[in-house]
Write a protein that binds this ligand. Structure first.
Ligand code: DX5
Ligand code: ZN
Length: 220
């Protein structure tokens, strides 16, 4: 089995030592860095905005994977791109004209992703799946790191995989929330290509080693 892409979430990083933590990720086997932007409207929490993103973008040597948990993301797409985003993911639940927003993301040169809350069915992506570079399956309700994984979302990963195979879409599947060494293998088997891990990486003694273990979990 091939290796999974690990996307450590900087939401769990030490913001007083952000450069140190980004350099740590640069030295690790993580291929992506997951960056959670929260507006206190779409989700009940506020994370950070452009100055922090620019600081991450300045030091990161990885794919900067920006997860927008904000309303009206279309207002800021170019700014996120300019701040260093390689992948820009918007929430299905936060956008009215999704087809248009996906095209706007692609116009910036970034990859386009759509995230689904746990309660949103995969079938809502049927008409647009061929346009996407990424489907983000939320395995917790978005807003906070360190939550418990919701088991029924594994089935959504399988459904997303089936939709991608049936449509011929190049989209990758990313799973976000409560992911760690305990469920990484099961998620890979279900079809996940990218695993976001916040607490499971940053709250361990040796994050670089934990990233290596998650990355290689399917090769055992
Ligand atoms: C939650 C965020 C996640 C979060 C994951 O709304 O989208 O990316 O950082 O954190 P863990 O891995 O700790 O659940
Ligand atoms: Zn996220």
């Amino acid at each position: 089995m091939s290796k999974v892409i690990v996307a450590p979430s900087v939401l769990s990083a030490d913001f007083g030592n952000l450069e140190r933590d980004i350099q740590m990720l640069n030295s690790s086997e993580a291929e992506w860095i997951h960056i959670d932007v929260m507006d206190g409207v779409f989700v009940p929490n506020i994370s950070f905005g452009f100055p922090v993103l620019q600081a991450i973008g300045k030091h990161s040597k990885k794919v900067n994977d920006v997860h927008l948990m904000i309303v009206q993301p279309e207002k800021y797409l170019q700014q996120f791109r300019d701040a260093g985003a390689h992948m820009i993911t918007v929430h299905y639940e936060a956008v009215t004209h999704l087809d248009s927003v996906i095209h706007q993301i692609k116009k910036t040169g970034a990859g386009a992703g759509v995230a689904l809350n746990p309660s949103t069915p995969v079938s809502v992506l049927k008409e647009i799946i061929h346009l996407l570079d990424l489907v983000l399956v939320m395995s917790v309700n978005p807003g906070f790191g360190g939550q418990k994984f919701i088991p029924y979302t594994i089935n959504k990963v399988k459904e997303t995989k089936a939709l991608i195979l049936a449509s011929g879409s190049p989209a990758k599947i990313e799973v976000d929330g409560g992911v760690g060494l305990n469920n990484a293998k099961e998620l890979m088997d279900a079809g996940a290509d990218v695993l976001v891990a916040g607490n499971a990486v940053f709250k361990t003694e040796n994050p670089v080693e934990t990233i290596r273990q998650i990355r290689n979990i399917g090769t055992k």
